[in-house]
Design a protein around this ligand. Structure first.
Ligand SMILES: O=C(O)CCC(=O)C(=O)O
Ligand SMILES: [Fe+2]
Length: 359
């Protein structure tokens, strides 16, 4: 998540993990989790039976109550759902063109092309100390088998264009278009989330504010020789308010934890996966769950994903919405400001920020 001063030390990757291991600069051991978190991973887990929400039924104030109930139940039990966007759905919304499969393909193509560039070219966009945007990797004690590119996309005056790839040449305009459409989709979702709890439809949206932060995180998972031992991303919850993920069109890997069991997300080429982040769990006073998830690796194929983190304005305090606090549901969380900072401070200590926010 974006931070002006990132407490997690980020170092730009040099080569792919596999190249580093072959050249002897790094050991596979550095990628294998030890101690109580150690485990072996299995890509063929039970499929995640998360609901597929009909986005079209959420877009009007008189959304079908059945679809809202389905949404509420997904957010409270799994904390995530999938939805497929048809171009027609957004045509009558604020924007006059929808997210078409062609745009999704372009975004995925741009992602693949960028990560496929020679290192010398990618180096131009390396993360710098004290700045979160840019190309790098999560420098945790045990390494993730992935590289990433973080870019702040909203508010527009917070964009740092020097980290926006110019290669491929359509990267910037594609991300710009996709970000604008993602923002509209996120706003529609937040309104539907509020309506699903019988709240005034703008109440979550107002808490995010006009200066809501939107970060794009492009992930690249090269093939890994030991998918049974090495993870692409460790189990975590997102520090966002709301996360909208465009997964790889063909290669799976994302898994969610529920009741101590891991489930694999089914690959549906045109579907987004949406999950609640910690900040929305706080705002909803724990009614919506910020789910633990991870990414497993694959020995044969690379995988890409694009994650859009939508977060409340970090200058604003967030706290459980009044409507959701009552005698039978006492307030669970403190008032917090700049949750993203707390998130990374706790991550560095190997802890979950949401626990530090509990009253
Ligand atoms: O690549 C994915 O499917 C998910 C990545 C993820 O969880 C994240 O970037 O926070
Ligand atoms: Fe995540």
């Amino acid at each position: 998540m974006a931070e002006t001063t990132s407490p997690v030390k980020l170092e730009a990757p040099t080569e792919t993990p596999q190249e580093l291991i072959i050249s002897g600069k790094e050991s596979l051991e550095n990628y294998i989790q030890k101690g109580s978190d150690a485990g072996t991973f299995d890509a063929s887990l039970p499929p995640l039976e998360i609901p597929i929400i009909d986005f079209g039924l959420l877009t009007s104030p008189s959304s079908s109550s059945q679809e809202l109930e389905k949404l509420r139940s997904a957010l409270c039990s799994w904390g995530c759902f999938q939805f497929v966007l048809r171009a027609s759905v957004l045509e009558f919304q604020v924007i006059n063109h929808g997210v078409e499969p062609a745009l999704l393909n372009k975004v995925r193509e741009a992602t693949k092309q960028f990560f496929g560039l020679p290192l010398a070219e990618k180096k131009k966009y390396y993360q710098e100390d004290g700045n979160f945007d840019g190309y790098g990797n999560d420098k945790m004690q045990t390494l993730h088998w992935s590289h990433l590119l973080y870019l702040t996309v909203h508010p527009e005056d917070k964009r740092q264009l020097k980290f926006w790839p110019e290669n491929p040449e359509y990267f910037r305009e594609t991300l710009d278009e996709f970000s604008k459409q993602s923002e509209v989709i996120n706003q529609i979702l937040l309104k539907a989330f509020a309506r699903s709890l019988n709240m005034e439809e703008n109440c979550f949206l107002d808490m995010f504010g006009e200066q809501a932060l939107m970060l794009a995180r492009f992930n690249w998972y090269p093939p890994c020789p030991r998918p049974d031992l090495v993870l692409g991303v460790f189990p975590h919850t997102d520090g966002s308010g709301l996360t909208m993920l465009l997964p790889d069109k063909e290669v799976g890997g994302l898994q969610f934890l529920k009741d101590n069991q891991w489930y694999s997300v089914t690959v549906i080429p045109e579907a987004f996966v949406v999950n609640v982040g910690d900040q929305l769990e706080i705002i909803s006073n724990g009614i919506f769950k910020s789910p633990v998830h991870r990414v497993v690796t694959n020995s044969e194929r690379e995988r890409i994903s694009l994650v859009m983190f939508y977060c409340p304005n970090q200058e604003k305090e967030i706290e459980p919405a009044n409507w959701l606090v009552n005698e039978s549901r006492p307030r669970l969380y403190k008032t917090v400001k700049n949750y993203n900072r707390l998130y990374f401070e706790q991550l560095k200590l190997g802890k979950r920020a949401i626990e530090a926010a509990l009253l």
